[in-house]
Design a protein around this ligand. Structure first.
Ligand code: DLL
Length: 432
């Protein structure tokens, strides 16, 4: 493990007992706070027959009803606002697959909280004053860029607010300012890395680290990007509803994401029943924000699937770790009765030599689906045998992983649409 350092060592290494005590105090406070200030919460608590004073231990959180995405649309957009409107200093939105975007409000303290948590994440992974962070997430209604930006500035990092896209310009900026770290989605990072390889400019860059998040990706993808660029890749998890990126972040051990538990109380539940699963078992992540002011959420169902890593971390931080997201419950698709997550496919593809950076999954019917894969240029040199062999290898490895044999189509690099933000990997023709 490489040396990491601390932004707020006292809190980051708070002994377990004190951390739980702090969480309980904050939980009790936030439950009373929303009960008093948000009629929708009061109504839900009353329907569930629970009062703030019933929360006597952290386990008592289970007495409280879940908050779901649907609750964010009650008396939209201000239905869950817990402060007078004058206290709002910013809104971020997150578009679901359909309909209206979720609107998430921030007070000044909420902005400060996001910056504080990101500051911990950056310093933990070795980024500090003197570093140059190229922020290639979208600036705007999306939380991704702004929250990272404020956190980086708080640390004293030199931020290049590049935004996404215009990859030529991204490469120019990297060279001009000696960018040491980038913040982008993993799908875009794969594309940027492929362009850097194609131009042969890796040695002219000063890149050391990439913070990749906003969408699920596999360990194989991390490894591939690390190898292509000769850097360390850290996984960054978050969601607008909880204030954006930095809810969970990898430390230099790169073995799970620490959740900042002084700010978030997490549970992992069975997505069907809502019952808690054992530590170490996969389930849906449920988060209660303990410190947010404008719009705290109680037991929010993220739909993200993960598991708690029960062992203590070698970095010394006491805050619980979760595994990288195994996918979103909503992203799962069923073919021939088998449940498949896009990430299983990604993980197989990115581990195969010859596979390039991009792929697409096309759901054609309920019994078959197609995986389109970009293959390294050198495979298109007329040697059909080699191509067919690779196609067979991909098909077999996918079948081993998912138990269904997909159709596989090999295409040249640059054929599939490039994503600059969150990638759309699955085309569901059954719904078109
Ligand atoms: O994506 C916040 C963010 C920005 C996180 C930048 C990291 C970096 P939303 O647009 O509201 O917010 O989307 C949140 O994206 O519930 C997950 O399904 C997915 N997601 C975010 N980070 C990761 C990650 C931002 N590291 C939704 N791994 C979440 C897997 C992720 N999925």
């Amino acid at each position: 493990m490489k040396d990491g350092s601390f932004w707020n060592k006292k809190v980051e290494c708070l002994p377990e007992k004190e951390l739980r005590k702090l969480q309980l105090e904050r939980l009790q406070k936030i439950v009373s706070y929303v009960y008093e200030r948000v009629p929708h919460y009061r109504k839900k608590f009353e329907e569930a027959g629970v009062k703030p004073e019933d929360i006597k231990s952290l386990e008592d959180v289970r007495k409280l009803p879940f908050t779901t995405k649907e609750d964010l649309f009650v008396d939209y957009p201000y239905g869950l606002l817990a402060v007078p409107k004058e206290e709002i200093v910013r809104v971020h939105t997150s578009s679901g697959t359909t309909g209206k975007p979720k609107a998430i409000f921030f007070t000044k303290n909420d902005i400060e909280l996001g910056a504080e948590l990101i500051a911990r994440c950056l310093v933990m992974t070795g980024t500090t004053r003197g570093d140059v962070l190229q922020n290639s997430m979208t600036y705007g209604l999306f939380t991704g860029a702004f929250v990272m930006h404020y956190g980086a500035e708080k640390v004293g990092v030199f931020v290049v607010p590049a935004g996404p896209g215009n990859t030529e310009r991204q490469l120019e900026l990297m060279q001009l300012f000696g960018t040491t770290c980038v913040h982008m989605t993993p799908s875009y990072a794969l594309y940027v890395a492929s362009l850097i390889a194609e131009r042969g400019i890796r040695d002219r860059l000063n890149l050391k680290r990439a913070y990749l998040g906003a969408e699920p990706y596999s360990e194989e993808t991390r490894r591939k990007i690390e190898e292509m660029l000769g850097i360390d890749v850290y996984n960054c998890y978050g969601l607008s509803e909880m204030g954006g990126p930095g809810v969970g972040f990898e430390c230099p051990a790169k073995d799970g994401l620490h959740i900042w538990e002084d700010a978030y109380l997490i549970e992992v539940v069975n997505p069907q029943t809502g019952e808690p699963v054992e530590d170490g078992e996969v389930g849906e992540l449920v988060i209660t924000s303990l410190c947010r002011e404008a719009m705290p959420l109680i037991r929010y169902r993220t739909r993200d699937l993960t598991r708690v890593i029960p062992e203590p971390c070698s970095c010394g931080r006491t805050h619980k770790r979760i595994s990288r997201m195994l996918g979103r419950a909503d992203d799962m698709f069923i073919v021939k009765g088998v449940n498949i997550f896009p990430q299983q496919i990604e993980s197989v593809l990115m581990g195969i030599k010859g596979v390039a950076q991009n792929y697409q999954i096309v759901l054609e019917g309920y019994n078959d689906f197609l995986v389109r894969v970009e293959i390294e240029k050198e495979f298109f040199d007329g040697r059909i045998e080699r191509l067919l062999q690779l196609k067979e290898e991909i098909t077999e490895k996918l079948r081993d992983e998912i138990q269904v044999r997909p159709k596989v189509e090999l295409v040249e690099p640059g054929t599939l649409p490039v994503s600059e933000g969150k990638a759309k990997r699955v085309i569901d023709k059954r719904k078109l």
